[in-house]
Design a protein around this ligand. Structure first.
Ligand SMILES: [Zn+2]
Length: 288
């Protein structure tokens, strides 16, 4: 075993010490650098976090603004829809002849120059006399045809004997009645009946058996069917049995629209029983 001399031992210790100190210094430097980096990173991180918070806040504000804008658009859209539906109603009302739901009486009747707009020829298959032309307002004509088709499907024999009549034609008719029936003509074809045929929305029905003079029409199954079903097609009996406005005319039916006819049927009321303003409320939807 060799024993190191004291000198060598001392040198080695010194060297070890120097290395150790060097390592400590290096470690310290490294530590300081790392710490500096850490501080820098931490501060960068906090800046980024602040940015992120700010961004999130801005995002929230933008979302709120967007929601508000959408709500405003929706409100405008709603107002616009309401407005266009009002305009639509007004246009529809403007295009609908206000005379169509007027009550005619001895004091209020149509002007002699009144001619309805949109008259059309009635298909011969629905006429009592195939060769005699008849006219009805074109818009409610499909309702009239459906009524007659359904009556025929029910095994009934219903046809139209009279429809649109001009003021002149009606006056002629009245004087004929006057010649035939004398002063009683007023009870058979008075002023109210005039106006409704002049409108182009009133018809006189008959059956083959009853014919053109209507005698006994109120005893037919066709009349009973009309009483139960005509309202479904928008037709009402203008002068029912026992009414106070005019003589009973079981053959004379007027188109007033499905809604009004249904209401009158359900309430067991007559057209003439309602106030004019109540009737006018149904004008806008008369052809629905
Ligand atoms: Zn009539």
């Amino acid at each position: 075993m060799h024993i190191m001399n004291a000198q060598t031992q001392k040198s080695l210790l010194t060297l070890g010490g120097v290395i150790l100190i060097g390592l400590i210094i290096l470690g310290f430097v490294k530590y300081k650098n790392l710490r500096a980096d850490n501080i820098k990173l931490t501060s960068t991180l906090s800046v980024k976090e602040e940015d992120l918070l700010k961004t999130n806040h801005e995002k929230q504000e933008l979302t709120e603004a967007l929601t508000n804008a959408n709500a405003t658009i929706e409100t405008f859209q709603g107002q616009l829809n309401g407005l266009s539906s009002t305009v639509g109603t007004l246009v529809k009302l403007k295009e609908t002849d206000p005379e169509l739901l007027k009550k005619y009486s001895k004091v209020y009747f149509l002007n002699e120059n009144y001619v309805p707009k949109g008259l059309g020829d009635i298909d011969p298959i629905y006429r009592f006399e195939k060769t005699k032309p008849l006219q009805f307002l074109e818009k409610p004509e499909p309702y009239l045809y459906r009524l007659l088709d359904d009556a025929r499907l029910a095994g009934l024999d219903l046809s139209i004997v009279s429809a649109y009549r001009s003021f002149a034609a009606q006056s002629g008719l009245k004087s004929t009645y006057k010649i035939s029936y004398g002063s009683g003509a007023n009870a058979f074809s008075a002023d109210q009946g005039y106006s409704e045929h002049q409108l182009g929305t009133a018809v006189d029905f008959t059956t083959t058996k009853v014919g053109g003079n209507f005698v006994g029409f109120d005893k037919t199954p066709e009349y009973a069917w009309l009483l139960e079903n005509a309202y479904k097609y928008g037709f009402v009996l203008s002068y029912p049995k026992g009414n106070s406005y005019y003589v009973f005319e079981p053959w004379h039916w007027r188109f007033v629209g499905v809604a009004l006819a249904t209401r009158l049927h359900e309430d067991r009321q007559n057209f003439m029983d309602l106030e004019q303003r109540q009737l006018d409320a149904y004008l806008v939807n008369i052809f629905n």
